[in-house]
Design a protein around this ligand. Sequence first.
Ligand SMILES: Nc1ncnc2c1ncn2[C@@H]1O[C@H](COP(=O)(O)OP(=O)(O)OP(=O)(O)O)[C@@H](O)[C@H]1O
Ligand SMILES: [Mg+2]
Length: 649
Amino acid sequence: MSSGAHEEEVLGKAYDSRLMRRLLTYLRPYKWQVGLALAATMLKSAADVAGPYLTILAVDKYLAHKLDKHSPLDRWLSPNPWTGVGQIAGVYLFLLVFSFFLEYLQIYLMQWTGQKVMFDLRSQIFRHLQRMHVGFYDKNPVGRLVTRVTTDVDALNEMFTSGVVAIFEDAFVLAGIMAVMLYVRWWLALITFAVLPLILAVTAVFRKYVRDSFRRIRIAIARINAYLQEHISGMVVLQLFNREQKAFDRFSRINAGHMEAYKDAIIAYAIYYPVVEILSSTATACVIWFGGNAILHDALAHVPARDAMTVGILIGFNQYAQRFFRPIQDLSEKYNILQSAMASSERVFKLLDTPVEIVEPVSPRKSEGLGRIEFDHVWFAYRNVSVGPDGRPTDGDQTATATGGGARATQTTPDWVLKDVSFTIGPGETVAIVGHTGAGKSTMISLLLRFYDVQQGAIRIDGVDVREMSLADLRGRFGVVLQDPFLFSGTVGDNIRLGTEWIEDQAVEQAARDVNLADFIASLPQGFEEPVRERGSTLSTGQKQLISFARALAHDPRILVLDEATSSVDTETEFKVRDALNRMVEGRSSLIVAHRLSTIQRADKILVMHKGRLREMGTHQQLLAQRGIYWKLYQLQYKDQEVAVSADD
Ligand SMILES: Nc1ncnc2c1ncn2[C@@H]1O[C@H](COP(=O)(O)OP(=O)(O)OP(=O)(O)O)[C@@H](O)[C@H]1O
Ligand SMILES: [Mg+2]
């Protein structure tokens, strides 16, 4: 959980050219739309800058009767003040309407592009997640992966839609205003700009504070998410052990952390905006004071009209001074958007760059045959453990050593879960695996289906190494029932078919009948159309198990793989399950991790796993006669079942 928060704490630069370049590649398919939006933005900025300049013209040329003043628009403007003022008002109005359309275009195009990019990115992440090997999910909590597809993609969207465009717009407007002011009266422009260093200083301080509290907000959100996810999934246990108050107290602390961080941000905003307001008013006051003095001075000194300070310029500068600070304010806000987008993109790209460890060969081999399975001296470990100088494992796995820095150069060694396991299953044979919990039984199945790759040795199907086959071909061969059956939301029928189109309705019904599920389904109000909730929460464990049996059977696999659930079911269901199993293994090679004596007795061969090694192999009778591990296991676990079995047979 804590490592989940760590990743969110990283908040780097607001601009990282490497990340930005990669982000921009997502805009490439929409370059026309983006280009058009940028063009609209530039034109709109120009229109915005032009407004006050028109005011200057109108006042000086027509109202203050300084007709000899020259301006670039003289050629089009009428010498008659009545017509001239009308013309300028007309242009002003036109610019307003024009800007309205440009803004519409810009917003529409950028939001549209943003949604497209989000769509592409989410699809890309999901595709990548689907290809990721199972080992990846052992290490990455669901909550964090969900955040990548939702919150992080949203942050990028915000950057594309409001951030980038607004930054361009602000920059254009700022440059435009400065240029016009300098062109019209450079010295008054410089006086107005005098507050700029102050504003920049205030902005820098503000940014530092806001940045810090935004970082804390993000950490708090990550913690809230992780905490909620864990505690909602574990709600039953929570209530069972009366941990509600304790859990609530811890939640309150995390929740309060979020609020406090927000409060700091709010204070920063509440101070920053009025301060900028004061500074911008100061600039306006300076314009009035220095500009006004200049007008009075020039009038007394009879400065020629061409060079004299005018009322029009005073009014125009007043307007500019007020608009001038808005982009700066905006830019400091956009900075946060950029910063969180960069952090998000870093995380998203890290996920997208995580290599898929289970890769298919370029030219896969097809195995032709009836389903002969061979484990050939298989060694496998899920992880490495560090070993101390004495060669004994210390705690902490490989990842812990890697992040711990190179200060303590410890060696790592694989934590073997399977050690030198060899056996074969002939076509049509039923093989049962037995052993204590944690002996590595489920692991053998994961390896057979290539959820993980073996470190040494090989697993072959009809003589072909599983690593040389395409994954679809390999997994398509198997019908698998895993230890804890997983149902998706949908209907009972959907869960049996699981989207495979070639399975006819009759086959689904036949499969249900074969696993003795028909009566149960018939008793449901909507039969096969009965809705199943997420994870099949409305069904009993036995029912879920039978449905996953039917699922495996309906797909008519060449090889059947079954990890029997350890939880026992009632005698009637037990009977149904046993009967269903009988029919399922018929004519198929089957590998069954067995917990039921009945399954074991029927097997052609029993593999006895002990601490990752295959210790004994043979039939029930042979193994009992050996009086070894199996015999002990039988005394401990299965003997009671014998009584129960014979009682209801
Ligand atoms: N994803 C994993 N990452 C790391 N270690 C794992 C993982 N899955 C299992 N292990 C470890 O591998 C060993 C074998 O686990 P496995 O699930 O194969 O046992 P099992 O024989 O199926 O036990 P059970 O009868 O309880 O199902 C255990 O010590 C377990 O802690
Ligand atoms: Mg298991």
